[in-house]
Write a protein of this length. Structure first.
Length: 107
């Protein structure tokens, strides 16, 4: 896999599934995290969604200005608190992260 320039945007999505009966608690956590992340100087997009036909299934699309902004995001205290609390409310061991890049030959 080719390396990504340090000044390139970091683009990813996270997916996880709320445990039955914990949908509202996850939604409340996600609402708070969204406010915090969207206030980060280097955040470009933080958009959380649930699947229309599987409302326990979450999809979160994230874009950060560059690698430094993403690393700042990862180091935020509120993110660690969110991940700790989320761990007991979802089916998976954690959010599945998928990092994206533009296709070759595009920006």
């Amino acid at each position: 896999m080719a390396s990504t320039p340090q000044n390139a945007q970091v683009v990813l999505y996270a997916e996880f599934t709320a445990l039955p009966g914990h949908e509202q608690e996850v939604a409340t956590l996600m609402a708070g995290l969204s406010v915090d992340v969207q206030a980060e100087e280097g955040n470009v997009v933080f958009a959380a969604h649930v699947e229309r036909d599987r409302p326990r299934r979450w999809f979160v699309y994230e874009v950060y200005r560059d690698e430094a902004a993403f690393q700042t995001h990862l180091g935020a205290d509120y993110g660690a608190v969110f991940n700790h609390r989320l761990g007991s409310l979802i089916e998976e061991d954690g959010s599945a992260l998928t990092f994206l890049r533009p296709p070759d030959g595009t920006r």
